[in-house]
Write a protein that binds this ligand. Structure first.
Ligand SMILES: [Zn+2]
Ligand SMILES: [Zn+2]
Length: 135
């Protein structure tokens, strides 16, 4: 038997571990806790690219202009183009900035499954709008 030391690659944002650097880098790029993450769902549906940091900033600016509390679910949905992963990443970032976790009383949260269903319905609608006339 041989005993061998091996490297473990750990995500800077969520502490998930990998045996291969490549996989860790791929994960980090899209990690829901990375404030500069690149969203695979937005890429897939061509929703444009905005980082969680940029979206949170946009929310704060928009609500200040409207004189509202900055965290409204409709506004979050709007700013993230309804992408459930982006919505989640903004919530995670905002809670972290405020030193809260998702179990804290003042923490914001979203119903991820419901947002995902809503999003896929919107995508289907859009798909029909674009392609239905062709059939
Ligand atoms: Zn991670
Ligand atoms: Zn997204």
């Amino acid at each position: 038997m041989k005993k061998r030391r091996t490297w473990r690659y750990v995500c800077d944002f969520c502490s998930k571990g990998y045996s291969k650097e490549k996989y860790c880098l791929e994960h980090e790029k899209r990690c829901i806790k990375n404030p500069s993450r690149v969203c695979e769902m937005c890429e897939q549906y061509n929703l444009g690219h905005r980082t969680p940091e940029e979206m949170l900033m946009a929310m704060k600016v928009a609500s200040r202009l409207a004189g509202r509390r900055y965290f409204e679910i409709d506004q979050l949905r709007n700013i993230s183009h309804g992408c459930p992963l982006c919505m989640l990443s903004v919530v995670v970032l905002d809670n972290k900035n405020r030193g809260l976790n998702r179990f804290s009383e003042d923490a914001f949260s979203i119903d991820y499954a419901a947002e995902r269903d809503r999003f896929s319905q919107e995508c289907m609608k859009e798909w029909r709008r674009l392609y239905a006339p062709l059939f």
